[in-house]
Every structure is written in structure tokens, then in C-alpha cells.
Design a protein around this ligand. Structure first.
Ligand SMILES: [Zn+2]
Length: 232
């Protein structure tokens, strides 16, 4: 056995590479790994299976069967949505482990006429960012964040109803970051439903990923992990 190899990877049960990619990044997130380890062993939640898996990765090619069972996988031969399974894992682990990624957005709706301001709090574990065209053809994660946080105007036929004015009005809607998570997960929305083919199609365009990202209110994040999944 080659002692230089520190980690031995996860066996693919069929088409569970999407799950394995999430588990690998969670494993490499020290804060998460340690929080999972601290969780009482008698708990019935997924911490027990995750902790056993994380210990295995250091020794063997680890099996994920107990994790997929806990996540109630119906078919391990079918690719699933990464975001959905990340959300499922984080909803099942201990609060201490999941809160590392927990942030909060404010969804703000402002009537242009009366200035009335409605705020909805939206907790999140990751931000799903749009892929969109940019003038120079290069697409970047920074563009995506700017796009995500920009003002969206509803006017003309798209006006929204204002309770105070009791009528449809030009309205500005935007997301603001209220609570920055300790570790920020960004998900690029590469899949779009194609109604002609009645299936999802993947947008394979190249994306520039920067090593540091500045978010509003001087919050800077440094990149430490990235999932680059090939194929469908
Ligand atoms: Zn109004």
C-alpha cells in the first residue's frame, strides 16, 4: 500500500458521483468534519454514517451505501440534483454541523410609488447562481453574484400589487445578504429544462473562478474547494 496516498476516494455505486462530489467537499471542510465527529453516537441522524465514512476515506476506498440508504436513494443508477442532495444532507446533520453553511438573505420588495418596503427573510445553505451571457463572452462567478444581488424591476404589464397603494405599481425587488455564512457555498445553475426535448440540458460553458470573492459589506471569502463534475 502506498503510504503517500492520504485519501482513497469513494466508490461510485452506479451514478452516485454527484453525491460523492458533495461528500468529498464536505469531508475536506475541517469545521464540518469535526462537528460531525463531535455529534453523540447514539443519535439516529446521518452524523453516524457520515462520521464512519469520513474515517474510512483515510483508510480505504470508502463505500457510501449506508449514506445513500439514510438519504433514501431510490435509484443509485440515476443522476440526481446536487443541490437537492446537499440540502438533504445539511437538513439531516446536527445543527452544529449545518450552521457552518447557514446564511440569511433578505428578499426586499419596494413600491416605487409609496416607497413601502416589504422584507422576507430567506435562510440558505448555498446560493444558486444563474449562468448568463456577458458582453465579452467570459463568464465569471463574480458576474453571477452581481446578477444574483442586482435590483430587478417589475413595470408595465409586470407591475406587482402594492398593499398600501391597493393597486399594481412599478416595483423593485432585490436580494440582500443579511447574515454571511461562515463558509459560503455557491452553486452554478448549469441545468435548464428544455421543453422541446422534455429533459434537462447542461450548459457546459467555461466559467472563471476567482480565488477570493468580495461580497457586499466587506465580506471576503477565499476559495478552498471546488466541484468540477464532467458529463451529464
Ligand atoms: Zn405602494
Amino acid at each position: 500500500m502506498n503510504q503517500d496516498i492520504k485519501y482513497r476516494g469513494l466508490r461510485n455505486q452506479g451514478a452516485t458521483c454527484h453525491l460523492n462530489s458533495i461528500l468529498q467537499v464536505l469531508f475536506m471542510t475541517r469545521e464540518f468534519r469535526e462537528a460531525v465527529k463531535r455529534c453523540p453516537k447514539e443519535n439516529e441522524d446521518i452524523n453516524v454514517q457520515l462520521n464512519a465514512l469520513f474515517e474510512d476515506v483515510g483508510r480505504n476506498t470508502a463505500e457510501t451505501t449506508k449514506v445513500t440508504k439514510k438519504l433514501q436513494f431510490e435509484n443509485v443508477y440515476e443522476q440526481q440534483d446536487v443541490g437537492q442532495y446537499l440540502e438533504k444532507i445539511l437538513s439531516l446533520v446536527s445543527d452544529e454541523a449545518s450552521q457552518i453553511f447557514r446564511g440569511e438573505l433578505v428578499h426586499r420588495t419596494v413600491c416605487d410609488q409609496c416607497d413601502s418596503d416589504t422584507e422576507d427573510l430567506v435562510p440558505f445553505w448555498f446560493l444558486s447562481l444563474p449562468l448568463m451571457d456577458s458582453s465579452d463572452g467570459n463568464y465569471s462567478v463574480e458576474d453571477a453574484i452581481r446578477e444574483f444581488l442586482k435590483d430587478v424591476r417589475f413595470y408595465g404589464e409586470d407591475q406587482l400589487y402594492c398593499d398600501k397603494c391597493e393597486d399594481n405599481r412599478d416595483t423593485t425587488v432585490k436580494y440582500e445578504l443579511k447574515h454571511h455564512p461562515e463558509i459560503l457555498i455557491l452553486l452554478l445553475k448549469r441545468f435548464e429544462y428544455n421543453y422541446q426535448c422534455m429533459s434537462y440540458s447542461k450548459d457546459n460553458r467555461a466559467v472563471d473562478v476567482c480565488h477570493t470573492i468580495d461580497l457586499p459589506e466587506n465580506q471576503t471569502y477565499e476559495l478552498y474547494g471546488l466541484v468540477d463534475h464532467f458529463g451529464l
